[in-house]
Design a binder for this molecule. Structure first.
Ligand SMILES: Cc1cc2nc3c(=O)[nH]c(=O)nc-3n(C[C@H](O)[C@H](O)[C@H](O)COP(=O)(O)OP(=O)(O)OC[C@H]3O[C@@H](n4cnc5c(N)ncnc54)[C@H](O)[C@@H]3O)c2cc1C
Length: 263
């Protein structure tokens, strides 16, 4: 299979526009599994690992810009981990150290799995996705980018360039339920923020609906918030758990997360 390795974002975008059949690849932790199981047969791979504009993160006047190639291992590092603590907690739960070293936020957005662990922490921070093409750059609220199970709003000629987020400074946490502590796809996951400044509670669930969902309420609604989040979720029965269990677990997780973040 042909592998094309552009050295700049401009070159990557030109290649993407010229041959939309080339599949973008960052860490390859989802792509290589799909290729090995013959689930996808792209004409070739667009290797984004040599594109410097997709790496690292920067802060400008309170706005964070995180490159699509940022790995979970990098998300765990300070000072970024102190700025987006729920995202750092989620990164610590992803796969194994090998997966955390290779897997990227851009890849998690590209896959758009309902179980994608970076998505709930980014939703509670109201992150935007930066999409680039030869036509220009546009940003889309993460909520609008996620369209359905493994479906996103990426156009055929676009690449995910990064994530833009204005960290709220709210106390926040991430929790994940699975049959063991490592190498699990979440049966259900939750990110929660208690935002005193805006007097707002924000919760986002994973693996409990076709896409990770965001639920908000005022801080005055603390007592009823677990029920509100559980009711908003749209879980299904599958081999990892029943819909009823997922809803129950979500209710419990919201209660625990509120206890943790309220103080
Ligand atoms: C053993 C194992 C354990 C795992 N555990 C977890 C887990 O606990 N939690 C979790 O959320 N995930 C988990 N995953 C899934 C995977 O690691 C994550 O989804 C990861 O974030 C994918 O990142 P990547 O860089 O490897 O993506 P890739 O495999 O390179 O790409 C994934 C998808 O995104 C597209 N893509 C990548 N970059 C771009 C871009 N810049 N622009 C446009 N499209 C792009 C690709 O075309 C592809 O469709 C696991 C995978 C494995 C193999």
């Amino acid at each position: 299979m042909e592998v094309v390795s552009p050295r700049t974002l401009e070159e990557a975008l030109r290649l993407r526009a010229a041959e939309p059949g080339l599949m973008p690849i960052e860490g390859g932790t989802d792509v290589m599994v799909d290729l090995n199981f013959d689930r996808r047969r792209p004409v070739g791979l667009l290797n984004l690992n040599e594109v410097p504009e997709l790496r690292g993160w920067s802060r400008d006047d309170g706005l964070l810009r995180i490159g699509a190639s940022l790995t979970y291992a990098q998300v765990r590092q300070r000072p970024l981990a102190d700025t987006l603590p729920a995202l750092a907690e989620a990164a610590r739960t992803v796969g194994s150290p090998q997966i955390q070293n290779r897997g990227t936020l851009g890849g998690n957005l590209g896959t758009a799995s309902p179980a994608g662990d970076s998505l709930p922490p980014l939703l509670i921070e109201r992150a935007d996705v930066e999409l680039a093409s030869v036509r220009g750059v546009r940003t889309l609220a993460l909520e609008r980018f996620l369209l359905g199970p493994k479906r996103n709003a990426l156009a055929a000629d676009e690449l995910i360039a990064g994530i833009r987020v204005r960290p709220s400074g709210a106390r926040q946490t991430f929790m994940k339920v699975g049959p063991r502590n490592a190498m699990v796809i979440a049966v259900v996951s939750l990110a929660l923020a208690v935002d005193r400044e805006r007097e707002e509670l924000r919760a986002a669930y994973g693996s409990a609906g076709p896409v990770p969902g965001l639920v908000t309420a005022s801080t005055g609604e603390r007592e009823t918030f677990p029920e509100l989040v559980a009711a908003a979720a749209e879980p299904i029965d599958d081999l990892r758990g029943t819909a009823a269990y997922r809803r129950h677990a979500l209710r419990v997780l919201v209660g625990r997360a509120l206890e943790r973040c309220w103080a």
